[in-house]
Design a protein around this ligand. Structure first.
Ligand code: ADP
Length: 411
């Protein structure tokens, strides 16, 4: 228990000297203050919270009962013991009715006083402890309440995001589905005509386009859910990034559509990656560059090497992205509202860059963008190079930044 602080009030100076000494002898850990008048006591009580107050009832000026009333006003929780004359039962009853904790009869029985004071101090200190605990509980309850409020609003937000997501997905899936439905009905009607083969051929091309579109959406959704649930697994193997880019660009430019106009393939760049996933990133950047730049404008793919990293950048001369939108560009479901698709209908849920960023980050790399509206965008994928643990020599030339390969595509 804390050190007990006691105040004794009496106009009898001899008693004011004797009592504290007697208390110090009988009680451990106490501090005793004294006042020779009720007025002086009120001032002290206003400044300090005592664990117990002992006061004589009969004092000139303000008496003990009036002091008791004042204490009840100032410090209702401080127990007060009043000293009455022998046989003054009347005063003792008034003291108790006025809220005194106990009364002590003169001549003072020191042991009785000590026992009564100990009880009073204990009661007061317990009271204080309960109050402190109550305060802690209240603070805790308030912080819990705030947490519940925060979680609730997070849930409401998450729910709203889910609703928005569902509406985007159903809308996006509905377009190719409607087209597929229309085409099947048309083909059913046309199939009996003599030139059916030609009509069916054209219809099938349209249907395949719609199916591809749905495939992109469903694959993006699946990847995004794998990422969100931490089920995204990489199957890494060593490969040459120059070769991989060349192969993807060849495929990308094969047949009708974009054509390769310029190529400087360089020395191999060894990386350890999941070839399918990194191909997915490159194809996504290439198709975005194509989607968001006018027909005929060039797209440039550059491979650079610096230190223990390689930088693959895809640059287009398209519509670009407003600066304030750049921080969100890799977020889930984010599409820049003002950016128009230049070639054909918009395909995609705004998941492509989000998935690409996650794939690159899982490889220990990162992806950045630089863009100026009207002047095009450059997306740069930075990946760590494969380091052969058995070779100790550091090739000094690899530390100096240099371009390894460049391709330019016209579309
Ligand atoms: P989406 O499937 O909508 O293309 P992405 O995640 O691939 O989704 O891209 C997010 C948004 O970033 C796009 O909707 C588009 O507004 C913008 N964007 C992406 N690439 C480019 C680019 N090369 N030029 C201009 N805007 C781009």
């Amino acid at each position: 228990m804390d050190k007990a602080h006691i105040l004794i009030v009496d106009d009898d100076i001899a008693l004011l000297e004797a009592l504290p000494q007697a208390l110090h002898l009988r009680m451990e850990d106490i501090e005793v203050d004294t006042c020779d008048s009720a007025q002086a006591a009120i001032e002290r009580i206003g400044e300090h919270e005592f664990d117990a107050i002992v006061s004589d009832i009969k004092m000139p000026g303000m008496d003990g009962l009036a002091l008791l009333a004042k204490i009840q006003e100032l410090r209702p929780e401080t127990p007060t013991l009043l000293i009455t004359g022998h046989g003054e039962h009347d005063l003792a009853v008034r003291a108790l009715r006025g809220g005194a904790y106990d009364f002590i009869q003169k001549p003072i029985d020191r042991d009785y006083l000590v026992a009564a004071l100990q009880r009073a101090v204990q009661t007061h200190q317990l009271h204080r402890q309960v109050k402190a605990q109550q305060l802690t509980l209240e603070l805790h309850a308030r912080s819990l309440e705030r947490m519940v409020q925060k979680r609730t609003s997070e849930l409401v937000e998450a729910n709203a995001a889910k609703d928005k997501f569902l509406s985007i997905v159903s809308h996006e899936l509905k377009t190719p589905l409607t087209s597929l439905k229309g085409m099947t009905q048309l083909l059913r009607r046309q199939v009996k005509r003599p030139d059916a083969a030609e009509v069916v051929g054209v219809g099938l091309v349209d249907m395949e386009r719609s199916i591809r579109r749905m495939e992109v959406l469903v694959n993006d959704l699946l990847d995004s859910s794998l990422i969100e649930t931490n089920m995204f697994v990489l199957h890494r193997k060593r490969c040459d990034l120059v070769e991989l880019c060349r192969h993807l660009i060849d495929e990308y430019t094969a047949g009708a559509g974009p054509s390769l106009t310029f190529e400087i393939p360089g020395d191999p760049i060894e990386v350890e990656v999941d070839v399918n996933r990194i191909s997915q990133v490159i194809i996504n950047l290439l198709s975005n560059a194509r989607k968001y730049s006018p027909r005929g404008s060039p797209i440039t793919v550059t491979l650079q090497q610096a230190g223990y990293e390689t930088m693959l950048s895809v640059r287009d001369m398209g519509v670009g992205i407003p600066e304030e939108m750049l921080p969100q560009i890799f977020d889930q479901f984010y599409r820049v509202p003002s950016v128009e698709v230049q070639n054909g209908p918009h395909v995609g849920l705004g998941l492509g860059l989000y998935i690409s960023r996650k794939i690159v980050e899982r490889h220990g790399g990162h992806i950045d963008v630089q863009s100026t509206p009207g002047q095009g965008s450059t997306f740069t994928v930075v990946l760590p190079l494969y380091i052969d643990p058995s070779s100790e020599a550091t090739d000094i030339t690899r530390l100096v930044p240099h371009t390894q390969a460049v391709w330019t595509i016209a579309h």
